[in-house]
Design a protein around this ligand. Structure first.
Ligand SMILES: C[S@@+](CC[C@H](N)C(=O)[O-])C[C@H]1O[C@@H](n2cnc3c(N)ncnc32)[C@H](O)[C@@H]1O
Length: 179
């Protein structure tokens, strides 16, 4: 008897928690915030190919989530990669994945807001954010990045010279090159 009511209490609490998380997620999406939705690995591979990465490149992933773009860039191209991620949990998860991949010497994850971080060390920048955040980020990229820096943006656009675009899954990924 007690076991049944304990179980139904746990199920109710779990459903309540799941509903709260879903409502919060929808609230962030409605506000055009960039919530954590990881890019598929196939998209990442196509995206990195577009950038024609060379040995001396340094890739920044703005909002690096679970670190998958950083790991793919360091593993495939042997380059240095820096992730800037505001979520402490995602930083912890990505650092764990990086340690498992054995690429700690190549990859750094910074727990910060990328709007408050110096981006001038990048030669390739990857973003998968929202249109609102891309629009807010554009002046900072224009100010801090060197000419020739490649910017890869999944799903949302910038007003930089577009070199190439490619359909990845249900959306477009674009390569911009700063003049
Ligand atoms: C759509 S996910 C993309 C994750 C990863 N780049 C990928 O493509 O798989 C966007 C990420 O950006 C992070 N983010 C959003 N705004 C940020 C900010 N101002 N500073 C740092 N991280 C941010 C979110 O926490 C989330 O992990």
């Amino acid at each position: 008897m007690h076991l049944t009511s304990d179980l139904s209490l746990t199920a109710t609490a779990f459903a309540g928690l799941a509903a709260a998380v879903l409502i919060y997620f929808l609230f962030l999406l409605a506000r055009n915030e960039a919530v954590f939705i990881p890019l598929p690995h196939e998209t990442i591979n196509k995206m990195l190919m577009m950038a024609e990465i060379e040995n001396e490149d340094v890739l920044y992933d703005l909002g690096s989530g679970d670190g998958r773009i950083l790991i793919a860039a360091a593993r495939r191209y042997g380059i240095r990669a820096v992730g800037i991620e505001k979520s402490k949990i995602l930083c912890w998860l990505s650092r764990r994945a990086i340690a498992r991949s054995g690429l700690e010497d190549k990859i750094q994850v910074v727990n910060a807001d990328f709007f408050e971080h110096d981006l001038s060390g990048a030669t390739v920048v990857a973003v998968y954010l929202s249109q609102k955040i891309n629009d807010m980020l554009e002046p900072k990229l224009r100010k801090e990045l060197k000419g020739g820096t490649r910017i890869l943006s999944a799903d949302h656009t910038f007003n930089f010279p577009e070199k190439y675009k490619c359909k990845t899954g249900h959306f477009w990924t674009r390569l911009y090159v700063l003049s």
